[in-house]
Design a protein around this ligand. Structure first.
Ligand SMILES: Cc1cc2nc3c(=O)[nH]c(=O)nc-3n(C[C@H](O)[C@H](O)[C@H](O)COP(=O)(O)OP(=O)(O)OC[C@H]3O[C@@H](n4cnc5c(N)ncnc54)[C@H](O)[C@@H]3O)c2cc1C
Ligand code: FES
Length: 411
């Protein structure tokens, strides 16, 4: 055999290997793609995902109420070792039945500090399932001390009377049997507890995952309850992540992963399934996780999230509407004596006001609580989404509206 022939055989052999490798890789990729398509089709396909059947809210039972209703604090219970999160069990003082709610919705409280300053309005997610004889909210003491959370922790006692609006909010677990992934950061666990207890409480077999990120064992909320659910329900998978475990925290016993709940962990843990993701946590977590899920290929309608935290922090940028190309519009904040050109990039009037340093109240930032209701002195607004809370005539909800033409607001 000549040197040339040997060279030819080696080259052909190499070519054959490369071709075989490419064919195997392509066939695996194709199989995965086909499996994904079949699984998505099982759940109604991409088009159906835009208007899923299970998106229809379940009928709500019980008597709705207008304005604020009185509740007696039946129990006050600390839920973590460091006593930073406290639950309040609430029963209506009028003795009438409770209004059912959708797991994930919240109550809006109005607290009177009692020192002559104006009442404080704050939202707290319902942290247990619907259908019980009481409501439960679980509140974190924030640092530096906050007006409402501090008041709840330090001054509200069993037997006290609180006032709250009817449950509301657009962040709730959709009905159906499609698999769900709940991602909670810190106190963002509260709506997830409601979703989890509702799903597992009805004895169904819906696949449900909880990724719960927190700093260490001191603030692990309802640890025994969550571990008990994971033991009792094979359709529930619990993954707890401590970002800075204490020396007494033991991996494998107290938590599953060290670090944050991030896209790498989700991709490594979850199978290829058309999950619905429900996310609630600190702003930094939401701002990284929501776009990362989109990049991973999770369709937008399957990513649900709620922004928590201080009442004055905004939602991730995904909520903002595109630049408005209409005629120039001026917004006047009469009390602050400021007139500013509206730029559509601001999204809502609330975000616009905050960006320009104008002090306005806010709570849910989603049209559900009425905290941002502001009087319109002249002009007109349009709504970015239909609010749950009906604004009084002559007012608007800043968090879900923008100006239609020149606007003068009492703010
Ligand atoms: C829909 C919804 C559901 C919620 N559910 C829960 C729940 O289940 N449990 C729960 O504990 N909380 C929940 N919250 C948060 C809650 O409503 C309050 O925002 C929280 O308790 C803090 O209120 P506060 O009056 O105690 O603090 P505030 O007096 O409003 O101040 C909060 C803290 O943030 C700081 N702060 C205020 N403004 C800013 C700012 N612009 N930038 C940086 N820091 C700032 C303050 O210094 C203070 O430490 C929910 C919020 C929403 C919108
Ligand atoms: S902040 Fe709740 S309605 Fe606007």
């Amino acid at each position: 055999m000549t040197a040339f022939e040997l060279f030819l055989y080696i080259t052909l052999g190499l070519l054959l290997q490369v071709t075989l490798f490419a064919a195997v890789a392509f066939s695996r990729h194709w199989q995965t793609y086909q499996q994904l398509r079949e699984r998505v089709a099982e759940f109604g396909g991409e088009e159906a995902a835009l208007v899923p059947e299970e998106a229809t809210p379940a009928p709500i039972k019980g008597a709705a109420w207008e304005g604020f209703r009185e509740f007696r604090v039946a129990r006050k219970v600390f839920e973590d070792r460091s006593r930073s999160i406290c639950s309040f069990h609430l029963v209506p003082t009028d003795g009438k039945p409770l209004l059912d709610f959708l797991p994930g919705q919240f109550l809006t409280f109005r607290l009177d500090p009692g020192d002559g300053s104006k009442p404080v309005t704050r939202c707290y997610s319902l942290s247990d399932r619907p259908g019980l004889d009481h409501y439960r909210v679980s509140i974190k003491r924030v640092s530096p001390p906050g007006l409402s959370s501090g008041h709840f922790h330090d001054h509200v006692r069993e037997g006290d009377i609180l006032t709250a609006r009817a449950p509301s909010g657009h962040f709730y677990l959709e009905r159906g049997n499609s698999p769900v992934v709940l991602v909670a950061g810190g106190i963002g666990i509260t709506p997830m507890l409601s979703m989890l207890n509702a799903t597992l409480g009805n004895g169904g077999n819906r696949e449900i995952w909880l990724f719960y990120g927190l700093r260490d064992g001191g603030e692990h909320v309802m640890k025994e309850h969550l571990e008990g659910l994971a033991r009792e329900h094979s359709n529930f998978r619990l993954h707890v992540c401590y970002s800075r475990p204490a020396p007494t925290d033991v991996e494998g016993r107290d938590y599953h992963h060290r670090g944050h709940v991030d896209i790498t962990l989700l991709r490594l843990t979850l199978a290829l399934r058309p999950y619905d993701f429900y996310i609630c946590g600190p702003r930094a977590m939401m701002e990284t996780l929501v776009p990362a899920l989109e990049e991973w290929g999770v369709p937008d309608p399957r990513i649900h999230y709620e922004a928590f935290g201080p009442a004055s922090l905004a939602k991730p940028a995904r909520q903002q509407v595109p630049e408005d190309s209409g005629p120039a519009v001026a917004v006047t904040f009469a009390k602050s004596d400021r007139t500013l050109p509206w730029d559509g990039g601001a999204g809502s009037l609330l975000e616009f006001a905050e960006r320009h340093g104008i002090k306005v109240d806010s709570g849910c930032r989603a049209g559900g609580c009425g905290s941002c209701q502001t009087r319109i002195e002249a002009g007109e607004v349009e709504y970015l989404q239909a609010p749950d809370y009906e604004p009084e005539p002559g007012t608007c909800l800043l968090c879900v509206s923008r100006p239609k033409r020149d606007l003068v607001l009492t703010a």
